[in-house]
Design a protein around this ligand. Structure first.
Ligand code: AMP
Ligand code: ZN
Ligand code: FE
Ligand code: FE
Length: 279
């Protein structure tokens, strides 16, 4: 089977591997097609695109966009859009600002609980990457407030412990429109048990093109359910490892949680048609 991985993070967001390391490892694991899907940034993809021809791997444009879905954060994966389209540039600029403002909000929430974290420490931890909660978690570990990422999320950083997280992300409607205008495909990431079928139907009505059915958080029965949902609604099916590098727990998924390239070819046919119509 020829394999693809359409969900990978790098040091451009909260992943631990550089874009080059991802390409090297993808080549080693005989992945035919990959997409680098950092949180709200395409810098990792752009770096990889410059050097991709040194490796026997096909690289597709990708990004994991955080959208505001009725006041909740909803991760949407975008593929094969024009990275230079003004709508994509606008969205990414807005989400960069939103991530910084959101990190400041989270730091302020932590201070109410007696945890002293300075936004400058979080920025230093992110070191130019798009800021996310894992960077805040790393500062909490450094300062001895928690012993592990897991503890940081369980006690302080999960959606449940923070309540409604302040954000200025585009709504799911705006994200879907921008990606389609840029000729891309837009896919609901790791539905897992995050959404009811009603909510998934709402996303379908809003115009999503596909749904991620293969993901490390999906057991076989959830995978089958999502697959059935996709087939019932004529949606594209995608998948990948959601690789973030780092500890052994996650390392094991790279090259293992993959999809058959036939699913990617369907996606490519769709985005080729969309680009032809958009012109
Ligand atoms: P953010 O982009 O700020 O919303 O942070 C989300 C990211 O945090 C996810 O993509 C994961 O990389 C990480 N994350 C979320 N939940 C956990 C958790 N329970 N333990 C460790 N990392 C997590
Ligand atoms: Zn992440
Ligand atoms: Fe995600
Ligand atoms: Fe992800």
């Amino acid at each position: 089977m020829s394999k693809a991985d359409l969900h990978i993070h790098t040091t451009a967001s909260d992943g631990r591997s550089t874009p080059r390391q991802i390409l090297e490892n993808a080549d080693k694991h005989n992945l035919e097609i990959i997409s680098i899907t950092d949180h709200d940034t395409i810098r990792g993809y752009q770096k990889a695109a410059k050097i991709a021809d040194e490796y026997d791997v096909r690289l597709l444009p990708g990004v994991e966009i955080t959208s505001d879905f009725n006041g909740r954060e909803c991760h949407l994966l975008a593929y094969c859009f024009d990275p230079n389209h003004p709508k994509i540039k606008q969205l990414i600029a807005q989400h960069y600002k939103s991530r910084l403002a959101r990190a400041k909000w989270i730091v302020n929430e932590l201070s109410k609980q007696g945890l002293e974290v300075d936004i400058e420490e979080v920025k230093a931890e992110a070191n130019g990457s798009n800021i996310g909660r894992p960077h805040i978690a790393a500062v909490l570990i450094d300062k001895g407030y928690v012993a592990s990422f897991k503890e940081a999320f369980i006690r302080y950083l999960s959606d449940q412990s923070l309540g409604t997280i302040y954000n200025q992300y585009y709504s799911h409607h705006e994200v879907i429109a921008a990606v389609k205008e840029a000729g891309g495909a837009i896919v609901v990431a790791h539905p897992g048990n995050l959404y009811s079928d009603e909510e998934l139907n709402e996303l379908v009505t809003a115009g999503i093109d596909g749904i991620e059915f293969i993901h490390p958080s999906h057991d076989y029965s959830r995978q089958k359910q999502v697959e059935e949902f996709a087939d019932d609604h004529t949606l594209l099916k995608t998948g990948g490892s959601d690789f973030h590098g780092g500890d052994k727990e996650y390392q094991k998924f790279f090259g293992v949680v993959t999809i058959n390239t036939k699913y990617v070819h369907r996606l490519l046919r769709m985005t080729d048609q969309r680009k032809a119509i958009n012109v």
